[in-house]
Design a protein around this ligand. Structure first.
Ligand SMILES: [Zn+2]
Ligand SMILES: [Zn+2]
Length: 299
């Protein structure tokens, strides 16, 4: 090979690997999450684990030793706005420095990209294990925090005809779709990112106990969400918690702060189809039912 050809090849390869890097996502089926310890007093894990999914998307997990719920949080960056979905289970920034963590990620990204973004904080739903640190973001410069009621969520995302119509939010060359899915909680939404193709399903669908507060609404929401997945490519279906072990149908008890053998975070579209089918089969009378990767858990 001539040296000129070699140079062209190297340039070509470096471009290829760049675009592959941008397109390929971190393998969340293999990600090792912090999962607490038997002795939380001596836990040395960080309060928040940061996993970068691609160049403009992050998945965060709260340490189980700070709060056993150990929720997952999601940060999306566009060319105009950053969107943080959820603020975790702990208010105190000394124990759980979420604002500082998110700010640092955004600051680094702004430095690299040369773009300044404003920060939008919204929620998969209103439960306190996903909204506790809202106060860390309120009254901060260039930051908006969405409200928690159905009225506030519909007006924030400009959703017409809740819960039947989806809406979109544009972060600047980055569109996300907001899908109303009440049932676990009245103001629950799912979020689909057209760039990474991840679908956030909140507490409505994750490897754990799917607590259902409004059975009929939940059934219809899961039906609509399932339909959405048949029309869209899904890279990962990501919920807010892990409560299942890696043994089929076996969950960790509520309040567990050490989960050495937990289920992986992503669920599959076929798991969602399995839930949808089960709900249809059960009918209108709420019923507890254990599946391999989730438990139907009417409240
Ligand atoms: Zn919840
Ligand atoms: Zn939750």
């Amino acid at each position: 090979m001539k040296s000129k050809d070699l140079v062209s090849l190297i340039i070509l390869l470096s471009f290829t690997s760049c675009s592959v890097l941008h397109k390929n996502l971190t393998n969340l089926n293999k990600t090792k999450w912090i999962h607490g310890t038997g002795d939380c007093k001596n836990n040395i894990d960080p309060p928040i684990q940061i996993v970068q999914l691609n160049y403009n998307t992050w998945v965060l997990r709260q340490n189980k030793c700070i709060n056993y719920e150990a929720p997952f949080l999601f940060l999306f960056l566009g060319n105009k706005k950053a969107l943080l979905m959820d603020t975790g289970a702990t208010e105190d920034e000394n124990k759980f420095p979420l604002y500082a963590t998110v700010r640092k990620i955004i600051d680094n990204w702004e430095k690299k990209s040369g773009i300044k973004v404003s920060l939008v904080v919204a929620h998969t739903h209103a439960h306190s294990d996903h909204t506790a640190a809202d106060g860390q973001f309120k009254n901060k410069e260039n930051t908006t925090v969405a409200g928690l009621t159905v009225e506030e969520v519909t007006s924030f995302f400009k959703i017409e005809n809740w819960p039947l119509k989806n809406s979109t939010i544009d972060l600047g060359d980055r569109i996300l779709e907001i899908i109303p899915i009440p049932g676990h909680q009245d103001a629950s939404v799912a979020v689909y990112d057209y760039e990474t193709k991840i679908l956030l399903s909140g507490d409505s669908f994750y490897p754990g106990r799917l607590y259902i507060h409004d059975w009929l609404s939940f059934k219809l929401s899961i039906e609509r969400l399932t339909e959405f997945t048949t029309n869209h490519t899904i890279s990962y279906l990501l919920g807010n918690h892990i409560e299942m072990t890696n043994q089929p149908g076996k969950d960790y008890p509520t309040g567990t702060t050490f989960q050495p053998f937990e289920h992986i975070l992503p669920l599959k579209v076929r798991d969602l189809k399995e839930l949808n089918k089960a709900l249809i089969k059960i009918g209108d009378k709420p019923q507890y039912e254990v599946h391999h990767s989730f438990i139907i858990y009417p409240k």
